[in-house]
Design a protein. Structure first.
Length: 464
């Protein structure tokens, strides 16, 4: 009699009969791979920005950031293939795109910059859409998706902003051709525009972050009575950026070269608004024989006489670190953020001047030069204090009647004592910026300039 032996299937045998399942362990690691790759890209971008072999220039710093992010995407592609069962090979595409673009910017800068401005926005937008599709199909980790989707959406928004900026700059270049001329002043060229006729020539110095078109109410009015020149400091308006630190001494030196090489003979009546007041004070201290009169329009006060000529700790020019921060922040203008702000600003200027200012404010160069200007504020203030005696030359100090404290008013009074032929006028109700952009208050600025011109022409004391 045969016995029938039955055996229970072992777990090993059962596994052969059932569909196999991948080890859930590696699949669970993909979220950490995504987080680690994104963190790696961010850390690499920061380290490259401060790396000494990366020039402290806006294009190079932008390229360094792109190279850092490229490393993060490469880590995602490689790490997901090696350590998980959900390979994200698509991440090699943004790694290659950002890496190549970053290396080109770091290596070549300006020569490839204009080309990349037209190429990267549509390419990045198409890449972002494709990346979202790939993540949806290939990444099964909810945490990984929640990490990647916002990053990819930000890339898409950046590409839209970049396209908006590039198209806007091209349109502005056609709509607002440069008046006047570009003059070489040593390594870069500055924009100079002179109108009107007669002597003395008035030279207008705009305030911090501003350009020649900010003086759109004042320059034409002064030109009806004498020759007036407006210009743009380095990196502003139609002027080229400069490689040297732009403190008050350098600005005064560049302005002197600009007037000499632009064939604008002195002596001059200088009028400076806000920070522009520091620059005309420094110019008058360095070239006293070429300055016949001066108007300080709600000017920033120079350092006290006790500190004049003594360098403040750590001021000696823009530090390398601050230059890198400035370059990094200025990249925001490449994404159209400055253009969005400009659309709602400067509405009180004449339409043409308003639009020219808006076009300038929207550029990375203006943002970078404005940040650098504030970095140099301490040096500029101390250099302006070198002018301690304007003798009997006509000087008018204009002060906005609204928005200032007692310390500001006291500083304005002190500046009026620089000359024995000076008056201090307070424009009731006007704010700091109104003296330039508001038509009625700008008329008071114009009148002060013309009063100084008249005093130079037929020597007489100014009257309040």
């Amino acid at each position: 009699m045969e016995s029938i032996v039955t055996t229970e299937p072992t777990s090993k045998d059962t596994g052969r009969d059932r569909p196999s399942h991948p080890d859930p362990g590696p699949r669970g690691n993909i979220g950490w791979i995504v987080a680690g790759a994104l963190a790696t890209g961010l850390v690499a971008a920061v380290l490259l920005v401060v790396a000494p072999f990366i020039p402290a220039e806006e294009r190079a710093v932008t390229g360094a950031v792109l190279c850092g992010f490229a490393l993060g995407w490469a880590m995602l592609a490689v790490g997901s293939v090696w350590f998980t069962d959900q390979p994200q090979r698509w991440a090699a595409a943004p790694a290659l795109f950002m890496g190549v673009g970053g290396l080109l910017l770091v290596s070549f800068g300006a020569p490839v910059d204009q080309v990349l401005d037209w190429v990267w926005p549509p390419a990045m937008l198409a890449l972002a859409v494709w990346m979202i599709v790939c993540v949806h199909r290939q990444l099964h980790s909810r945490g990984g998706r929640w990490l990647l989707y916002p990053v990819i959406v930000m890339l898409a928004l950046a590409s839209i902003g970049g396209g908006y900026q590039t198209l806007g700059e091209a349109a502005d270049a056609n709509a607002y051709p440069m008046p006047g001329q570009l003059v070489e002043v040593g390594g870069h060229r500055l924009h100079l525009s002179c109108t009107g006729s007669g002597t003395p020539t008035v030279v207008l110095e705009p305030g911090a972050g501003e350009m020649s078109s900010n003086l759109g109410w004042i320059a034409p009015a002064v030109a009806r009575n004498t020759r007036v020149c407006v210009y743009d400091r380095a990196g502003r308006g139609w002027s080229e950026p400069a490689d040297t630190a732009q403190d008050g001494a350098q600005i005064a030196t560049d302005l002197h070269r600009l007037l000499q090489r632009g064939h604008v003979p002195g002596p001059y009546v200088l009028a400076g608004h806000s920070f522009g007041g520091l620059y005309v004070l420094t110019f008058a201290a360095r070239y006293p024989d070429e300055v016949a009169g001066m108007v300080l329009v709600d000017s920033t006060a120079p350092a006290s006489a006790a500190n004049a000529g003594a360098a403040s700790p750590g001021h000696g020019g823009s530090s390398n670190g601050m230059s890198r921060v400035s370059a990094l922040v200025s990249t925001a203008a490449r994404l159209g953020l400055g253009r969005l702000y400009a659309r709602f600003a400067f509405g009180s200027l004449p339409p043409r001047s308003r639009d020219e200012v808006r076009a300038s404010v929207a550029t990375p160069s203006t943002l970078r030069s404005t940040i650098d200007e504030y970095v140099q504020a301490t040096a500029s203030s101390e250099q302006a204090a070198a002018l301690r005696d304007f003798a009997g030359k006509p000087l008018i100090v204009l002060t906005a009647g609204s928005g200032h404290d007692a310390a500001w008013s006291a500083a304005q009074n002190r500046m009026a004592t620089l000359s024995t032929n000076s008056v201090h006028r307070i424009i009731a109700g006007a704010t700091h910026e109104d003296l330039i952009v508001n038509k009625e208050d700008a008329a008071a600025t114009t009148q002060a300039i013309l009063d100084v011109v008249a005093s130079v022409r037929s020597p007489r004391r100014l009257v309040s």
